[in-house]
Design a protein around this ligand. Structure first.
Ligand code: ATP
Length: 140
């Protein structure tokens, strides 16, 4: 039985990563799910959060927002709307995005699209969390 599984993460713009890994944990729309080699096939929509994988015993983190994950016994294909490896995340940019979103939330204007502001805030928070998780495990 194979001990690794291929993980591929792509966005409409680029290939984010392709690696042979030992485990994948991903933020499904209905909660996190985990995949080991030889998993039964399934398809899940993705929420906003940290995807992580284990390679050579180390955990690596990737921020993902929206899209789908397709799982087969040999491969996990993540088609994300947006994705960044932890080391690519610009923390300052995420902080600025968080401030903008919080400022908009405080404005009591009817024309504000609250779902959009909530999603922007969630992206900013999870980008920061993804970087912190990676940094705290020595992955950056
Ligand atoms: P911002 O308001 O800073 O643009 P956003 O959440 O609206 O943030 P997205 O629409 O999620 O941005 O992403 C647009 C593009 O910018 C994507 O290619 C994404 O990977 C990249 N991106 C956004 N924020 C960051 C960040 N903090 N670090 C690295 N890349 C980022």
């Amino acid at each position: 039985m194979a001990k690794t599984i291929t993980l591929e993460v792509v966005t409409p713009d680029r290939k984010v990563l392709a690696e042979e890994v030992e485990y994948v944990g991903a933020p499904g729309i209905n909660g996190e799910f985990g995949v080991l080699p030889n998993h039964i096939p399934f398809l899940s929509a993705l929420g906003i959060g940290s995807l992580y994988y284990k390679k050579d015993g180390k955990k690596r983190y990737v921020f993902v927002a929206g899209g789908f994950a397709e799982v087969s016994p040999t491969k996990v294909t993540v088609l994300a709307e947006v994705a960044e490896r932890a080391e690519e995340i610009d923390l300052e940019r995420a902080r600025r995005a968080q401030e903008r979103a919080e400022q908009r939330m405080r404005q009591q204007q009817e024309k504000i699209d609250h779902a959009r502001v909530q999603a922007a805030l969630a992206r900013a928070m999870y980008r920061m969390k993804t970087r912190q998780q990676a940094a705290s495990e020595g992955g950056i």
